[in-house]
Write a protein that binds this ligand. Structure first.
Ligand code: SAM
Length: 284
């Protein structure tokens, strides 16, 4: 039997509802660009076809495509993702953009200066590694409570050739970070979904990602309270705390920051859907 990529694509809706995903799976299996699937005559071997069918069958069970392909694009860079690790979301790119702006505006003067940045709750390392790629003088500590997240961050740092500038530490928030000195910027996209919603109303697909990556406690604010309370001890005076927040949380988190008098809120940035998504605060 001959399995031609072009034939499969012509009938892609008989394989999956989302026909774009058939393209992604085929280009992964044939190790080529999606455009090449159409330009050249591409034939799948029996093994490749079996692999294709198995991936589609897992996809139909709701396993995220990113886990099946083992990759995700973030800030234009490819990151390894695997089961047990949170899959980065596009809105988090705004957090990286804010960090870049802060570096440009506040830490650009001295050419020899290497800003020290903490990427707290780092997942696969996408935030910290993107920063080392875009601002190569930055020194990053990426920390996460999950062992799988830390080993994935290390693999991604190696893949991007920044393992000398990035140290990955397994730590429950700040507990394992004593002795790492003070940071110029702390970045975090912590778990922020209310426990009740994690249990009841998240889409099935999210059930394949680690629950600990979402669960922000009863009101979703558990991690923000800890981070706002503990981060002043880990920031240089004048340093910045930049956090991604859930769709209805910005006001509550601004209140928490105001209550912790060491911080001044300098910016609240909306995402492309008009939701207040990123909060930047300055340690007085
Ligand atoms: C929403 S994900 C963010 C991942 C990544 N930074 C991103 O933005 O794509 C939250 C991460 O927090 C980690 N986490 C959960 N509890 C933690 C804790 N107590 N201390 C440190 N990290 C924790 C999870 O393992 C998960 O990787």
């Amino acid at each position: 039997m001959i399995y031609q990529a072009a034939d499969i694509l012509r009938n892609s809706n008989s394989y999956l509802e989302n026909t774009n995903e058939v393209e992604w799976v085929l280009s992964h299996i044939l190790n080529c660009d999606r455009a090449e699937l159409y330009c050249e005559e591409r034939i799948l071997s029996e093994d490749q076809y079996d692999n294709f069918r198995n991936l589609l069958s897992d996809r139909k069970k709701g396993i995220p495509l990113q886990y099946l392909l083992g990759n995700i694009s973030f800030m234009g860079f490819e990151f390894i993702v695997r089961p047990g690790v949170f899959i980065p979301r596009p809105e988090t790119e705004l957090l990286v953009e804010e960090a870049i702006d802060l570096l440009k505006l506040n830490f650009a003067g001295d050419g020899d200066f290497c800003p020290k940045i903490l990427d707290l709750c780092s997942g696969c390392g996408n935030i910290g590694i993107s920063l080392t790629k875009l601002r190569s003088n930055s020194i990053i500590i990426s920390s996460d409570i999950s062992k799988t997240a830390i080993s994935t961050t290390q693999a991604n740092a190696k893949r991007h050739g920044c393992d000398k500038r990035l140290k990955a530490i397994q730590s429950d928030l700040f507990k394992g970070l004593e002795g790492e000195g003070l940071f110029d910027i702390i970045l975090s996209n912590p778990p922020y979904v209310r426990s009740e919603d994690v249990a009841s109303s998240l889409p099935v697909e999210l059930g394949h990602e680690p629950k600990a990556a979402f669960d922000g406690g009863d009101d979703g604010l558990f991690f923000y309270r800890c981070i706002i309370e503990e981060s002043p001890a880990f920031l240089k005076k004048g340093g910045f705390l930049v956090m991604e927040v859930g769709f209805d949380q910005a006001e509550d988190i601004e209140d928490l920051l105001r209550a912790e008098s060491s911080f001044e809120i300098v910016k609240v940035r909306q995402d492309y859907a008009g939701i207040e998504r990123i909060i930047v605060a300055n340690l007085r």
